[in-house]
Design a protein around this ligand. Structure first.
Ligand code: NI
Length: 232
């Protein structure tokens, strides 16, 4: 997810040379992943629409993939990235919502890991096999973007507070509550591992506007030549 103009540019970013629109056959649980070769896949890659599978064991390979995902997310730049966005149907995502500083845009919300519940992360976070619960009843609408949907943004209504249960990068279970932008980011990334994209949740005017941009992306994807193997 990239929803903050200040920390989330709309730059072109690294382009996956794997053709989009092709079934994701490069990885299965039997095939080792080369983290260095992972890159961010873009709409309409079908992997973005698959429901991801639980990670059975948190191995060195999983940790290496998480580290690469954090690298790609920070480089993009963005504040969250889910495994399907690097072509892996794994239930894992990474998030880093930095604390806001006084010299940030004054219109922006103040965010801090010390808030109750926290609205920012003190360090980059890895969430494996996450489960969400404890949604607050209030719905807040804010603009969201996605690293797999460059230049597309829209208003999405979400609960302002959520609780997440997950395994950390060492396989240790933890529970955390999140509010503000952190809650939004966690819900956006969780949607990714369910095969759901923020465009599905855009409020109607933004959804109509995005539809045109999506058609352009779908048409451009057809122009790619199959056969590249950069992702595997
Ligand atoms: Ni996203």
């Amino acid at each position: 997810m990239h929803s903050l103009p200040a920390i989330a540019g709309n730059g072109p970013g690294p382009r996956c040379t794997v053709p989009t629109g092709r079934p994701n056959v490069l990885y299965s649980r039997d095939m080792p992943v080369e983290p260095a070769k992972l890159c961010i896949v873009r709409y309409p890659d079908p992997v973005l629409r698959q429901r991801a599978e639980p990670i059975e064991t948190v191995t060195d390979e999983v940790r290496a993939v998480a580290a690469r995902m954090l690298e790609l997310m920070i480089e993009a730049p963005g504040i969250g990235l889910a495994a399907p966005q690097v072509g892996l149907t794994w239930r894992m995502f990474v998030v880093h919502v930095p604390e806001s500083h006084p010299d940030d845009d004054p219109d922006e919300d103040n965010r801090s890991p010390g808030d109750d519940p926290p609205t920012a992360t003190a360090t980059p976070m890895v969430y494996i096999n996450p489960m969400l619960s404890g949604y607050s009843r209030d719905l807040v609408s804010e603009s969201e973007g996605c690293l797999s949907l460059p230049r597309i943004t829209g208003q999405v209504r979400r609960p302002s507070v959520v609780t997440i249960n997950a395994l950390d990068a060492y396989g240790k279970p933890f529970t955390a509550q999140a509010g503000g932008l952190l809650a939004r980011c966690i819900q956006h990334e969780f949607d990714h591992i369910e095969g759901v994209l923020c465009i599905d949740k855009f409020l109607p005017p933004d959804r109509r506007r995005a539809a045109k941009q999506l058609r352009v992306m779908e048409n451009n994807a057809d122009a790619f030549t199959p056969g590249a193997t950069a992702r595997g």
